[in-house]
Design a protein around this ligand. Structure first.
Ligand SMILES: *Cc1c(COP(=O)(O)O)cnc(C)c1O
Length: 369
């Protein structure tokens, strides 16, 4: 018998035979801290309503009785639920799901990127795109946005044509800037691309009601996929459920790379029950949008420069020393996000009380420069 492992670190990461293309990378690292007001990772800070929670628990209890068996590998009931929720004549064959939309994006990149291939997006954008891309052995190419983070169809198409990537990821509205994306841009990018085009609509439920989803563009575009998540508007981040809509052939490609039974029976049961209660689960969206707009208006009054947002967060500039302001808020019990954009910080719209706590704390530490 060998000696018991005492848990001491004996080597550094550099000493292990890590893949060369992963050396020097840093893992996703939004700071996690148990502060009273956590407005840092764009969660829905409203808890799941009590009536829905007990409905979900009933379904989980039923699923638990069969948990000795593997779950439905095709999660058919859940796919039917997502198809019904999304509308647009989508059927279960058009739907895929995973443990968060991050896993769904990973499936796409595993199937369509990988070693020797490339993925492309317009920075600044979601920090997981490059990491997921590099995780599959592919290379990330970053395009650029206008100074207000917007994109025009002509410029976006020209950049996409030049990059000639295997996978293009459009974040609409964009994280971390909140910027809306016109469907004319999606159409132009699709025409300019030879590869897969993903529209990540993680925040779509917070956009103005009348603004069309890229789902309207799916017919006749087999290289297009629209991803969504239950982590934001649905107040379901801890359950880890994301999904996408695409051509059935696209879904077949994802079956090649997923792990067998990747969605647990308990996750499927919880998500099906949550979807059944979608109107109640989404009832706080209007309230969150109201708090988002209140944040923008108050930030402006305080002398900061909030960017237009169609999401549940606000990116604001005019911060002289983001690290110092972040820390001062932290010391007042308020956690927001320094996303690494010079002169900027990002805050999630919380409940009315949380939003007030943030705005009061920010006002108390002095005005913008
Ligand atoms: C939060 C977020 C997601 C959701 O990730 P999950 O894995 O579903 O929790 C996806 N895309 C973007 C741009 C996000 O900000």
């Amino acid at each position: 018998m060998g000696a018991a492992y005492d848990g001491r670190v004996t080597v550094s990461l550099d000493d292990l035979p890590l893949r060369d293309d992963l050396r020097g990378l840093r893992p996703y690292g939004a700071p996690q801290a148990p502060l009273p007001v956590a407005l840092n990772v764009n969660e829905n800070t409203h808890p799941v309503p009590e009536s829905v929670a007990s409905d979900i628990l009933d379904d989980i209890a039923v699923a638990l009785r069969d948990v000795n068996r593997y779950p439905d590998r095709e999660f058919t009931t859940l796919r039917e639920g997502f198809a019904a929720y999304l509308g647009h004549n989508l059927q279960a064959e058009n739907i895929w799901a995973g443990n968060g939309s991050n896993e769904v994006l990973q499936h796409i990149l595993q199937a369509f990127a990988g070693p020797g291939r490339t993925a492309f997006g317009f920075g600044p954008t979601y920090s997981m795109y490059p990491l997921l891309t590099q995780g599959t052995g592919a290379r990330w190419i970053s395009g650029v946005r206008d100074s207000d983070y917007s994109l025009t169809a002509d410029d976006a198409a020209a950049q996409v044509r030049a990059a000639d990537a295997d996978v293009i990821i459009l974040c609409a509205p964009n994280n971390p800037t909140g910027t809306p994306l016109g469907l004319d841009v999606v159409e132009a990018v699709y025409e300019a691309a030879r590869g897969i085009v993903i529209v990540d609509e993680a925040y779509q439920e917070f956009a103005p009601r009348e603004s069309p989803s890229a789902l309207t563009l799916l017919p006749g575009r087999p290289r297009l996929a629209i991803s969504r998540t239950m982590s934001k508007a649905f107040a379901f981040a801890g359950a880890r459920v994301g999904y996408l809509a695409a051509d059935p052939a696209f879904i077949d490609a994802l079956r090649l790379v997923r792990l067998p039974y990747h969605l647990s029976a308990l996750t499927q049961a919880a998500a099906v029950a949550a979807l059944r209660n979608a109107p109640t689960m989404l009832s706080m969206v209007d309230e969150i949008v109201e708090q988002r707009d209140r944040i923008s208006a108050t930030l402006e009054a305080l002398g900061y420069t909030p960017h237009e947002s169609w999401s549940n967060f606000v990116l604001f500039g005019g911060v002289t020393d983001p690290a110092a302001t972040w820390r001062a808020l932290y010391d007042r019990g308020v956690l927001i996000r320094d996303v690494g954009i010079p002169g900027h910080l990002r805050v999630t719209a919380g409940t009315e009380a949380e939003t007030t706590a943030f705005l009061d704390a920010l006002a108390s530490i002095g005005s913008a420069a």
